[in-house]
Design a protein around this ligand. Sequence first.
Ligand code: ADP
Ligand code: MG
Ligand code: MG
Length: 209
Amino acid sequence: MANTQLLIKIIRRMGEKIIENKDFLTELDRAIGDSDHGINMSKGFQTVNNKLEEVEDKDWGTILKTVAMTLLSNVGGASGPLYGTAFLRASTVVHGKTEICQQDVIHLFEKAIEGIKTRGKSDKGDKTILDALIPASNAIKEAYQQGEDSKTAFKRAEKAALEGVEYTKTIIAKKGRASYLGERSIGHQDPGATSTYIMIQSIREILEE
Ligand code: ADP
Ligand code: MG
Ligand code: MG
């Protein structure tokens, strides 16, 4: 169903869009953090982009692990270790595979979420990455269970992630720097949830091409 060429395209698109949104993500972090989310993520994906060439003909597991290790060692702040862990956990699901199926996709997302929950001691409703990622993952699973294809699944995931981003405006941050603001974090959308939304959107775009 999905080969590694598709994965490479997806990761490259994620990088392009994160870099395009560097200032936007940094602005969001200015309001409730330390103004570096766009900088951190762009730097990480720039390095990922350079590393991809070396693993272009490898399996899903190797490619995802390379992304993970690169983010872990090149992205500062909370987001680097969290996204790094997400990609690393996801990589274990597809170890050695050159083609993956819908069930693998579901597992990838579940493992990524598990990784962030464990590493970040966070959950849905804390105003983080998870507020976009969990609804997106649920939407994918539901769509597949209804017999839909990946295009439809990721269209729904993108919508769910965006709703998750909107939801982060209404809640108090309980994790990360934004939590220092307490009630003053209300009204602002979470930078990490927003970068997750952009990454899900990248997948949808590639699937539609
Ligand atoms: P830092 O806050 O260290 O400067 P970034 O600005 O790159 O790191 O990333 C901030 C984002 O990281 C937040 O918007 C939030 O989504 C996410 N985040 C922070 N702490 C956690 C956590 N414990 N669990 C999940 N996500 C978190
Ligand atoms: Mg920051
Ligand atoms: Mg920082």
